[in-house]
Design a protein. Structure first.
Length: 134
């Protein structure tokens, strides 16, 4: 049950942060423009940010950043007493993370879903703007 709560909480956090970013971009960054143009630009920016975050989730789930994570983890554990490493070597770290990767292999899907929603909103706003101009 805890797995489902944390998964849905992650989805809610993604949605709330992207909505907050949309609000900030519309009313702060693009305040001098037409409101529909601001929504179009902001939705496009947020859609591609979420698309990039989802892509980084895929790349990270393949083990691309294992060396960096392993090094930082051991560096921070050695700085604290009793000076013990969390992991013996990189191979044991990768082996430990492989089970989590199998469970989280579709973690990128909510990012792509929310990115698609924001990009569809941007396309609809763009079509409305183009129709109003011509």
């Amino acid at each position: 049950m805890d797995v489902f709560v944390s998964k849905y909480l992650r989805y809610l956090i993604i949605l709330l942060l992207s909505s907050a970013l949309l609000f900030i971009l519309v009313y702060v960054a693009f305040s001098d423009r037409n409101i529909l143009v601001a929504y179009c630009d902001s939705s496009f920016i947020i859609g591609f940010i979420l698309l990039g975050l989802g892509s980084f989730q895929i790349i990270g789930n393949q083990g691309t950043f294992d060396l960096v994570n392993y090094g930082l983890s051991n560096m921070f554990s050695v700085l604290h007493k009793p000076y013990e490493k969390h992991y013996e070597d990189l191979a044991s770290y990768r082996e430990l993370k492989s089970s989590r990767r199998k469970a989280d292999r579709f973690i990128f899907v909510p990012y792509y879903i929310f990115a698609a929603i924001y990009l569809i909103i941007a396309i609809i706003c763009l079509l409305i703007i183009r129709k109003a101009l011509y």
